[in-house]
Design a protein around this ligand. Structure first.
Ligand code: B12
Ligand code: SF4
Length: 534
């Protein structure tokens, strides 16, 4: 079968700043590359059209897709960009209605039948490493696809759902993502060391926590699976040899969850003599001095953590379970070892008021260890507890729209929170940006990361916001977004350099709240059942 996988360009919705966001960081589509490798393993001929990397508009993507005459097309979708996959599918169907179109990804897993719009023929639920090849083989052999678990499709006008797909337990058995189908030179990530050619890599799946703004439960990510460090480092080695790419973004939800795991990866990188750098995202309570010191030797250059808010009540409600003090300490550890630390902050969680937002900003102004932060508006993505609260209007949060294309984090808000309207939230986001970013001594790292043109645009943004404030124009009417950095789940983000001063003394750490259940490490790798680090 000729399989064509499409990744529609998405930063376009952010306008001119989206252009610079993409210039600063362009990500490979890891899921489609993995599904492509699996299809190739089963003897299918696969191509990937990455609209984001190749700078292909939606219309052009439709044209090229139809011209290639594939036997089946596959699209992926997150909630805020589902409308783009839908637009591409509709475009294709309008000129080539006979080409079957499948869609998968987090949005489909969460929305299920509701996502099977007329332009799509098949919707894939959950992890598709088994269902995808089984489906392709059935289609090719003209067998009934109803025998494949994990899909939804229409038959004689009614929806057929084949239930949950098989659990993917043995990550080591999966092939390496088919990066040879991507133009690897297009993928770059802005860091303080420049725009590094990079690729993403996954070393484990899952996260045991259940923050209310994260779709962890709906995506079943609380089921932990882990790859062997050997297979991870083999993949890194092959990427270096095949493509010369030496920077890796580890897409694990919590990169330092099991320290033995990540330390062993570091150990093997060293044993192999791989000259690589890597980064990832974690929780501040899982940042330990010795671990970071060790990982830096193997190439760790950046860590991201979600600080979110300083308000104690909101922190309780959001269920992140990381005491605030850990952020000061984690940033301090990163600074000490020369690791770039990105802190993400959220505005608009349940309980938010002007005062709580300003308290967070004040904290950031005084937390001298924190050098970079970005300000996102909290979005109640479907499948999250936050979404449920907002739909019901609980805890002072009310959902204003179910139009997911508005579910961006920058220059767009979809809830009211207490007295704060969506416009107030956008105003506060801009105010936060100005408050932190107008200090000239914070501009150096920004220029370092975004270059002269990108940096100037940022300064222009600050100037326009200040101008808007001076002349009492609503900042919400100028819907700016910030330049991309590529921190975890946060593009386009503008990391804000907050301070370049000396680290202050960290307060004593308080004990981390325990998980409400025992966490068992996946069998075979790390000995007896264990709790995560921290
Ligand atoms: C790395 C990452 C990013 C990176 C890279 C994205 C990329 N190009 O690959 C960046 C930083 C760019 C990013 C951006 C965003 N992200 Co993000 N991201 C992730 C993260 C951490 C890992 C994704 C990944 O590679 N997983 C590994 C692959 C193998 O798994 P997978 O993508 O789920 O794919 C499997 C199935 O879904 C299915 N599948 C997927 N597509 C298809 C297609 C077909 C045809 C089939 C058959 C099957 C199928 O099969 C795959 C194999 O099992 C996830 C969290 C997570 N743990 O997954 C969040 C996550 C996907 N991101 C999320 C969000 C919200 C965003 C943003 C909207 C943030 C923003 N800026 O506003 C943007 C959206 C970008 C976009 N184009 O859609 C949410 C999505 C929630 C939702 N309701 O859709 C997630 C789930 C985080 C969370 N827990 O809430 N993200
Ligand atoms: S936000 Fe991070 S820690 Fe919280 S549930 Fe999601 S992945 Fe886990």
């Amino acid at each position: 079968m000729n399989v064509l996988l499409l990744y529609p360009t998405w930063t376009g919705v952010y306008g001119l700043f989206g252009h610079f966001a993409r210039r600063n960081s362009t990500w490979p589509t890891l899921n489609l590359a993995l599904l492509a490798a699996i299809a190739e393993r089963h003897g299918h001929k696969v191509a990937i059209l990455d609209g984001e990397a190749e700078r292909i508009s939606l219309d052009e993507m439709v044209r090229q897709a139809v011209e290639r005459k594939p036997d089946i097309i596959g699209l992926t979708a997150t909630s805020p960009f589902f409308h783009l996959s839908k637009a591409v599918a509709e475009g294709i169907k309008s000129v080539a209605p006979h080409i079957p179109i499948a869609v998968g990804g987090p949005h489909i897993t969460i929305m299920k039948e509701k996502a099977l719009l007329p332009a799509f023929d098949y919707a894939f639920i959950g992890e598709a490493e088994e269902s995808w090849p089984a489906f392709l083989n059935a289609l090719e052999e003209k067998r009934d696809v109803a025998s494949v678990a994990g899909i939804i499709f229409r038959r004689d006008g009614t929806l057929v759902s084949t239930g949950q797909p098989a659990d993917i337990t043995r990550l080591d058995d999966l092939p390496m993502p088919a990066r040879h189908l991507l133009t690897m030179s297009h993928y770059r990530l802005g860091t303080l060391r420049g725009r590094l050619p990079f690729t993403s890599i996954q070393t484990m799946r899952g996260c045991p926590w259940r923050c209310i703004f994260c779709a962890s439960e709906a995506l079943k990510t609380t089921e932990m699976r882990v790859r062997s460090p050997r297979s991870v480092v083999n993949e890194m080695k092959s990427v270096v040899e095949q493509f010369g790419t030496r920077h890796f973004y580890i897409v694990d939800d919590v990169m330092t969850l099991w320290k033995d795991h990540i330390l062993e990866i570091g150990e093997l990188i060293d044993q192999e003599g791989l000259q690589v750098t890597f980064e990832g995202s974690t929780r501040a309570n899982l940042v330990e001095d010795e671990v970071i010191a060790r990982l830096v030797k193997s190439g760790l250059i950046r860590l991201s953590f979600g600080l979110e808010t300083v308000d104690p009540e909101i922190r309780k409600t959001m269920k992140k379970q990381v005491p605030l003090e850990h952020y000061i300490r984690a940033n301090g550890i990163c600074n000490k070892h020369g690791v770039e630390a990105l802190n993400s902050v959220m505005i608009g969680l349940p309980g938010e008021t002007r005062e709580t937002v300003r308290a967070t900003l004040k904290f950031l102004q005084h937390a001298r260890e924190v050098k970079q932060a970005n300000f996102a508006i909290a979005v109640p993505y479907p499948g999250t507890e936050f979404h449920e609260l907002a739909v019901k209007g609980d805890k002072g949060v009310k959902l204003m729209t179910e139009d997911f294309s508005e579910y961006r984090r920058y220059g767009s808000a979809v809830t009211t929170v207490g007295d704060l309207t969506p416009h107030d939230l956008i105003d506060l986001q801009n105010e936060g940006f100005v408050s932190i970013y107008s200090a000239p001594w914070r501009w150096i790292p920004m220029l370092q990361k975004h270059g002269i043109i990108g940096g100037s645009l940022m300064l222009l943004r600050v100037a326009r916001l200040v101008w808007g404030k001076l002349f009492k124009r609503s900042a919400a009417s100028t819907q700016f977004v910030s330049l991309g950095d590529g921190g975890f789940g946060s593009v386009p983000d503008m990391p804000v350099a907050i301070d370049s001063g000396q680290a202050a003394n960290s307060p004593d750490l308080v004990q981390i709240e325990p998980l409400d259940r025992e966490l068992v490490a996946p069998a075979g790798h790390y000995g007896s059942p264990t709790r995560p680090n921290g």
